[in-house]
Design a binder for this molecule. Structure first.
Ligand code: PEP
Ligand code: MN
Length: 357
């Protein structure tokens, strides 16, 4: 993707961070205009609203559809903001462009589907209108699929491209709605030079309380900006209400962010510390997963009247891992301490299960 063009000629996105904000979904004309006017008054230049909503199960609110595109046109007329919406089919693309939408984004479920991506790429190219397109990461953590989606657009002649990091699905309950897996967008930026990458803290966190900290992490890692869900009355939102903030709260969050000088010499230290924080997060997730498996083993042992500690198994595990650690350059003593602490906690949890009535 050698000839990428800037998203817009008249907006300087090198002045970080670029901000796209607006509700998850366009619900009513009033809600759209109230939200847009408040955002515009706070200096937001690009408004987002979902018109067609991909829902996990049928029966949920699937978006207002074409009718809402006229509301977005009114946003443009009354506030001067640019407007953005999600497209997933040729019909969406045509309707959005017919209604003067300025920027399109491809959702995470669509970017995971090469057939849909090709259809959308061909439909946009056929309109020959040089519209910018942002591609969210696919729901599954697959960098090649993400790059493939961008390439389908690029090869169709769409060169105003950007990416949105919205996190990746994981099974079970986690702190995040979608795991950030920061190394994936970082690798994307390494692989595709000059591609603007925005962060979507709303869909990563799934909770409004997490927006500020995720955004700061993204800024610290050099992301170009954000797409953040903002609603004039978040608690009454028809979709994703837990992760939306009022325009006022959004303004406050943005005002707290520290934009680091990317030329300063401490930048690399900050990046390294962020890497450590991210690795610690992963370490905790893995430890937690290991504890859960240990509990399942505890349950099995209880049902089969087996003793909790089987010395042979522990000795084998210890010597195997200590040797492995040594080969990797870590001290055997350190590995023994780590493993025995983990083992001690597993045993304690298994004993708890055994003693439960
Ligand atoms: C959205 O932006 O409201 C949306 C549906 O996002 P995603 O595709 O990231 O789930
Ligand atoms: Mn949403």
């Amino acid at each position: 993707m050698k000839d990428l063009k800037p998203l817009f000629d008249n907006i300087d996105i090198t002045r970080r961070p670029m901000v796209i904000a607006g509700p998850c979904s366009a619900e009513t004309e009033q809600q759209v205009l109230d939200t847009a006017m408040a955002l515009a008054a706070n200096g937001v230049k690009i408004f987002r609203a979902g018109v067609w909503k991909p829902r996990t199960k049928p029966g949920g609110f699937e978006g207002v559809g074409v009718e809402a595109l006229a509301w977005l046109r009114r946003v443009k007329e009354t506030t001067g903001m640019l407007v953005a919406t999600e497209v997933a089919t040729k019909a969406h693309v045509d309707a959005a462009i017919d209604h003067g939408i300025d920027l399109l984004w491809i959702g995470a479920r669509t970017s995971a589907n090469p057939f849909a991506m090709q259809e959308v790429a061909d439909a946009i190219a056929a309109r020959d209108c040089d519209i910018p397109v942002l591609v969210k990461n696919p729901v599954n953590p697959d960098l090649e699929l993400w790059i493939g989606a961008l390439e389908r657009l690029y090869n169709a002649g769409i060169h105003r491209l950007g990416a949105i990091h919205r996190g990746f699905s994981a099974y079970g309950k986690h702190l995040y709605r979608n795991m950030p897996q920061w190394h994936i967008p970082i690798e994307l930026r390494r692989r595709v030079a000059n591609l603007p990458v925005l962060n979507d803290p709303s869909h990563i966190g799934g909770k409004r309380e997490l927006i500020a900290s995720i955004s700061q992490q993204a800024l610290d890692m050099g992301f170009d900006g954000f797409i953040i869900e903002s609603h004039c009355d978040p608690d009454q939102a028809w979709s994703d209400k837990g992760q939306q903030v009022t325009p006022e709260v959004l303004d406050f969050i943005l005002s707290t962010l520290v934009i680091r000088d990317s030329t300063s010499t401490t930048e690399s230290l900050q990046q390294l510390r962020k890497q450590i924080d991210n690795l610690d997060n992963e370490l905790l997730e893995i430890l937690n997963k290991r504890m859960r498996v240990a509990c399942e083993i505890g349950q099995y042992k209880k049902e089969h009247r087996m003793p909790v500690v089987q010395a042979g198994r522990y000795d084998d595990l210890m010597s195997l891992r200590v040797k492995q650690a040594q080969e990797m350059g870590m001290s055997p003593d350190f590995m023994r301490k780590v493993l025995s602490a983990i083992h001690e906690e597993s045993v304690r949890r298994q004993l708890e299960i055994l003693n439960r009535l």
